[in-house]
Unconditional design. Structure first.
Length: 458
């Protein structure tokens, strides 16, 4: 008999969460103009809005917080983090930032100009936002299999090499500052990228003399999938896989609030000294001095520990398998989700879940709101609202997938919470044919509208 799986940690501290009634939630969501970002956290029972900065730190991370060096320049905590980043990624140059989008802002300020194109695999919302803010264009080169939620391709985050080469041939290299490869690919459903694909992308980039950068917020989860799914890597350690992945690139941006296992932080790591020098100017302008970059010394210390912990197999097995536990429950109940399951979240397929709601009435947003009303569970729409409007025509962009992301914070919820989420969705799915109408926009920002958008119910 095989022994059941158990988490490789025990709980030392708890945080109380409160239940609410459906009538209370109806009142709260209306007051929030039907935008889940506007809800007060105390009015949410299970918060799956994001896995960014919402997880629990370890005792070793908290211990590191107590010895943080808060010196403005030359902090020992900075040196500790720089050494750890070099050890794990192999990149020579390092700039701390306060979070991932800040890293993008600094790097893109140095590298992206008006009229540029940045190809990649389903750019994340802030990535696309920073590109389009600079009047450049993001071009999605993800493989077609990523847009079929029932297709069991093991690496749906992969770039289609043919699509990428079409971009390289269409535009002069001076207009392509870099290729951005997101690992894992959040917008495609938390899907991993294989080392085979990474090496092929790298080879093509070198052929056309175009740099390759990683959006590496979930790089260790990506490495876990490589170990589990890619032939030849089953006996490699996570740290060995990570080192090989980054060896194919010229640099990376990192939201440390994900696989850094901290509540705030980020960084840029590079091999190109010229780019590093240019980026330092913007780091000082936007973030702070180059040895703290918007981070406290204590947070840099906690991040150094977090990067070590997140690149250990036992932690990753616990993390990714909890996502799979929720996914398997939903599949058992017949709920349509992106498969194979991603590393940080389960993505509901709103096109299959509520096809009765017109796309122009934002079916994924309607599904996310119903999940909150019925069960007090906060997810987030990854669909038309997130895709934003076309910067030229100002028309809504309708992506192939309309998803609701249920992002699970790290080391935070138990499988009993996952059972509750699954049961709530089963209840909604069983009454899905009653859903006939969605929502209309009454107020929105010109870019990255999903954070502050306001709706009215139709």
């Amino acid at each position: 008999m095989e022994l059941p799986y158990a988490e490789p940690y025990k709980i030392k501290m708890i945080e109380h969460i409160k239940r609410s009634t459906k009538n209370q939630r109806l009142k709260w969501i209306k007051k929030a103009h039907y935008n889940l970002f506007n809800l007060a956290s105390e009015n949410v029972f299970i918060d799956l809005l994001t896995d960014s900065g919402t997880g629990a730190m370890s005792d070793r991370q908290w211990a590191e917080m107590m010895v943080g060096d808060e010196s403005y320049a030359g902090s020992s905590s900075f040196k500790k983090l720089k050494k750890t980043v070099r050890k794990i990624t192999g990149f020579k140059y390092f700039l701390p930032t306060h979070q991932g989008r800040a890293a993008e802002n600094v790097l893109f300020s140095a590298m992206v100009k008006e009229g540029d194109v940045v190809p990649g695999n389903s750019h994340f919302d802030t990535t696309k936002g920073h590109i389009e803010f600079r009047k450049a264009s993001a071009i999605d080169c993800t493989i077609d299999e990523a847009f079929d939620t029932s297709n069991m391709h093991p690496f749906k985050g992969n770039i289609d090499i043919n699509k990428l080469e079409v971009v390289f041939k269409k535009y002069p290299k001076e207009r392509i500052p870099f290729v951005i490869l997101t690992i894992t690919c959040n917008s495609a459903g938390g899907q991993p990228v294989s080392i085979k694909n990474i090496s092929e992308v790298s080879k093509l980039c070198k052929q056309y003399d175009i740099p390759l950068y990683f959006d590496a917020a979930r790089f260790s989860e990506n490495a876990y999938f490589i170990k589990k799914r890619e032939v030849g890597y089953e006996n490699k350690t996570i740290k060995e896989i990570v080192k090989e992945v980054f060896s194919y690139g010229d640099g990376m941006t990192m939201s440390a609030k994900k696989d850094g296992l901290v509540n705030m932080g980020g960084f840029i790591a590079l091999n190109n000294k010229k780019v590093y020098k240019e980026a330092t100017v913007f780091n000082i302008m936007f973030e702070g001095f180059i040895t703290y970059g918007g981070m406290n010394g204590r947070d840099m210390g906690a991040l150094a520990v977090g990067l070590e912990e997140s690149t250990e197999f036992n932690y990753l097995e616990s993390r990714v398998e909890q996502i799979a536990y929720l996914g398997e429950k939903l599949v058992e109940y017949g709920v349509p989700v992106q498969q194979p399951f991603g590393g940080h979240a389960i993505f509901l397929d709103a096109n299959k879940f509520v096809p009765t709601i017109p796309r122009e009435e934002f079916r994924a947003q309607a599904l996310a709101l119903e999940l909150y009303v019925v069960g007090g569970i906060r997810g987030v729409e990854i669909g038309t609202i997130l895709a934003d409007r076309d910067p030229i025509t100002r028309e809504n962009r309708y992506p192939e997938l309309e998803l609701v992301r249920l992002a699970v914070p790290r080391r935070t919820y138990t499988n009993n919470h996952m059972d509750y989420v699954a049961a709530t969705l089963k209840m909604i799915y069983n009454t899905r044919e009653e859903a006939k109408s969605g929502y209309k926009i009454i107020n929105e920002a010109p870019i990255m509208r999903h954070f502050t958008i306001e709706f009215d119910k139709i």
